[in-house]
Design a protein around this ligand. Structure first.
Ligand code: SAM
Length: 286
């Protein structure tokens, strides 16, 4: 039940986010999900899937910068990247800013999200889908990683929440298969919800990752339209040093990358791993 002219996100029990639609650009159902794209005075164009805000022109930079530049600069030698999900193209666009990245494989289940993002969200995907370094695969991400023989330095899970098609991307089997796709010293990072409201999701992911990786944890960033406080990004690697990459190294790599960012800085990078008590306890108890 939406007030006239408003789209309501009812992801969280007993709480909702409503965004007024100045103009509705698209609203229809694909084989996988309901896709809505509309203009909002505060956040610009907004993409919703199955009535959940996925990304907005106004704050997408925070989420996409923190799930790409942070792991890429922590690692220092990322050449091959796998993005699972990411149909809006924002993650792809940020990843491709690194000249050091040689190939990006993107596995998206719903081609409708890609086509509509190219049409209505060029402010997010830019020309990323035309980049010759891209291998675009239309498939279920869990199926792909289960049979994939390639190896990646970085796997980014840019999925919806664990509902509908995204549910399989929060399972032990999926994370085990992701581990199998990582090159030695590789890194897995995941979209893991807002722990203040979705703590079980983060705890569930860490319960799966802990037995698989020498280092499993999370880092945080606050994205205004992911309501409820800071969002958690799952972090998993067998290289325990990656999380501790010194600030001087991060600064040197950031300068060398020559990338302009609006949220990420080497200082924010290091600070993102400083967890408030409720998150630290949540993952300790996982
Ligand atoms: N920033 C968003 C968030 O934090 O929730 C995610 C954005 S992106 C649009 C999520 C993408 O995951 C969608 O394009 C959706 O189609 C895709 N997706 C969901 N389940 C998938 C699966 N099993 N395999 C591949 N892609 C999937």
């Amino acid at each position: 039940m939406n007030a006239p002219g408003w789209f309501e996100e009812t992801l969280h029990d007993g709480m909702k986010l409503a965004l007024r639609a100045e103009t509705v650009l698209y609203d229809s159902q694909t084989d996988y999900q309901r896709i809505v794209i509309f203009e909002n005075a505060q956040f610009g164009r907004v993409l919703m899937l199955d009535n959940v805000v996925q990304t907005t022109e106004g704050d997408e930079f925070i989420y996409h910068e923190m799930l790409t530049h942070l792991p890429i600069l922590a690692h220092g030698a990322v050449r091959r990247v796998l993005i699972v999900g990411g149909g809006d193209g924002g993650m792809l666009e940020e990843t491709l800013k690194h000249a050091s990245v040689e190939r990006v494989t993107m596995v998206e289940i719903d081609p409708g999200v890609i086509e509509l993002s190219k049409t209505y969200l060029p402010g997010i995907c830019g020309q990323a889908f035309d980049d010759p370094r891209l291998d675009l695969v239309i498939a279920d991400g869990k199926d792909f990683v289960t049979r994939c023989q390639d190896r990646f330095d970085l796997v980014i899970v840019d999925s919806t929440d664990p509902i509908g098609p995204g549910e399989v991307l929060f399972t032990q089997a999926f994370y085990e298969a992701c581990k199998g796709c990582l090159a030695p010293g590789g890194l897995l990072v995941t979209q893991n919800g807002v722990p203040f409201l979705q703590g079980d999701e983060l705890a569930g992911t860490l319960r799966c990752l802990r037995p698989l990786f020498r280092d499993a944890g999370c880092y945080l960033a606050t994205v205004p339209t992911y309501v409820g406080g800071p969002m958690a990004f799952g972090w998993a690697s067998d290289d325990t040093a990656l999380r501790e990459t010194p600030i001087e190294v991060l600064r040197a790599r950031y300068r060398a990358a020559g990338i302009e960012t609006r949220y990420y800085t080497p200082e924010v990078h290091r600070a993102a791993f400083a967890l408030p008590g409720y998150v630290a306890r949540l993952i300790e108890e996982a």
